[in-house]
Design a protein around this ligand. Structure first.
Ligand SMILES: [Zn+2]
Length: 460
């Protein structure tokens, strides 16, 4: 009889159903899926009882190094505690954004020394004449390319001019990878912020008023038309408004390959929270009206939003509190990799009645499919044995002081949630046991993108 390294028993969340069953793991891969009556011999057996055994959850939108005080170790520990088995790290790093192969390779080395979960890496381009590195970065293993139509930072996170976007899209199309965009209208927002500041309108809600929905929808419309002419696979990050999804539906009907995500705050908070909490609830794009939140949920439930992620941005308190008297001065973004899954499991599955199968699609399967990470995202024979075990009877208290990230502030501080991350399993090994991280930094591996030369060599 086949002897497994590890057998994990529980309520398995498969692609179309939940079964009481067991997963046999061999060499870090799922080697067998059986019902509860089968006798599987193994070195170790983990009985998760009536807990859900989900495919490992994937956070596609994480910024480890926007703040150099953070880095892979705190973020990956945070991820493991939050039930995330793989994350995709954004390229807008300080001091060096990921715009060429040399910095990309350095980042791969650092990742494999410091992480406790698996990580894939985004790449980007510099503002002018940056497209020459696109094909080499794809071959080095970049998972996708991220660009912005809004100038967050002229060096680290620049606005890419239209002609440069077209050129980049043509090249990215050749690699088969996805081009993703932060889509906000730079001209309108800069002008609105100038007007507001001049007239002393610097209250928290002004952050939303200076970034009205049209600043998102107008840029998304442009990018989809660019994708129509270049044939590139497009991904719209952090959709904040339901009208954006309506436009995406139209362009899908026209044959444009466009996917989209929203982030947990847009589903769980609204502009009244920004008004109440100020900088702590400031992000780009901003929180919207309650009816817009309801609209986003409708699109999630109808399957028009492909995935939900965190947009983890690990700013310390000092970068936030400077905006207490003027919202425009504080950093934008929230930590999230540790609370994304607990918050959404509570709201969507426990309170909202979403099926565990649907939840797995949003948090595991679609993230892997959209970004071409074929070994992950499903409980299926041959896939990596990445699992997120959630006890629906357990409880989680969100305590910002205990977050593993450098960032120790969240609008969700003090929230009591139903459901608890019981185990996080990466390639068959428990990396978080419900209490502590159980592996050393360096356990985590680099996950190469689908145009990687590395991947082609390995699979030979
Ligand atoms: Zn982001």
């Amino acid at each position: 009889m086949n002897r497994f390294d590890n057998v994990i028993k529980g309520m398995l969340v498969l692609e179309t159903e939940v079964i009481r069953g067991q997963v046999g793991v061999k060499d870090g891969k799922i080697a067998c899926i059986a019902d509860e009556t089968a006798v599987l011999e193994a070195e170790r057996v983990m009985d998760c009882g009536s807990s859900y055994v989900f495919p490992g959850m994937i956070d596609t939108h994480v910024h480890c190094f926007s703040n150099p005080d953070e880095g892979f170790e705190p973020t990956s520990r945070s991820a493991a505690v939050g039930g995330i088995t793989t994350f995709l790290d954004m390229p807008y790093d300080l001091p060096k954004p990921i715009t060429d192969v040399a910095v990309f390779e350095e980042k791969v080395v650092r990742l494999e020394q410091q992480s406790v979960v698996d990580i894939a890496l985004w790449a980007t381009i510099s503002k002018y004449n940056g497209t020459g590195q696109i094909v080499p970065l794809a071959e080095a293993g970049a998972v996708a390319f991220k660009m912005s139509t809004f100038e967050t930072d002229p060096y680290r996170f620049p606005r890419i001019p239209d002609q440069e976007i077209m050129q980049a899209m043509r090249l990215i199309e050749q690699t088969g990878l996805r081009a993703a965009f932060h889509s906000e209208n730079n001209e309108m927002i800069v002008e609105l912020i100038r007007e507001y500041q001049e007239s002393g309108k610097v209250y928290p809600r002004a952050h939303m008023e200076t970034r009205p929905p049209v600043t998102e929808t107008s840029e998304v419309l442009k990018l989809m038309e660019f994708a129509y002419w270049t044939g590139v696979k497009l991904h719209i990050v952090h959709v904040s408004h339901p009208e954006t999804v309506e436009l995406i539906k139209l362009f899908r009907q026209r044959g444009v390959q466009v996917t989209c995500e929203t982030c947990y705050p847009y589903l769980l908070l609204d502009v009244n929270d920004l008004e109440r909490m100020g900088p702590r609830a400031k992000m780009n794009p901003p929180l919207r009206e309650p009816e817009d939140v309801a609209g986003l949920w409708r699109h999630v439930n109808e399957g028009q939003i492909d995935l939900i992620c965190s947009d983890h941005a690990p700013w310390g308190i000092e970068k936030k509190e400077i905006g207490d008297d003027n919202i425009f001065l504080s950093a934008s973004g929230l930590p999230g990799v540790e609370i994304l899954v607990p918050l959404l499991f509570d709201r969507a599955v426990m309170q909202g009645g979403m099926s565990p199968v649907q939840f797995a699609k949003l948090m595991s399967q679609h993230p892997a499919e959209v970004f071409g990470i074929a070994d992950k995202g499903r409980i299926a024979v041959g896939c990596d044995a990445d699992l997120t075990v959630i006890d629906p009877q357990g409880a989680t208290l969100v305590d910002e002081t205990k977050l593993r990230s450098h960032s120790k502030l969240t609008p969700f501080h003090g929230k009591q949630l139903q459901g608890r991350i019981q185990y996080t399993v990466v390639r068959g090994t428990v990396v978080y046991d419900g209490e502590d991280i159980t592996v050393e930094p360096g356990f985590g591996r680099f996950v190469p993108g689908m145009a990687s030369k590395r991947r082609k060599v390995e699979s030979r």
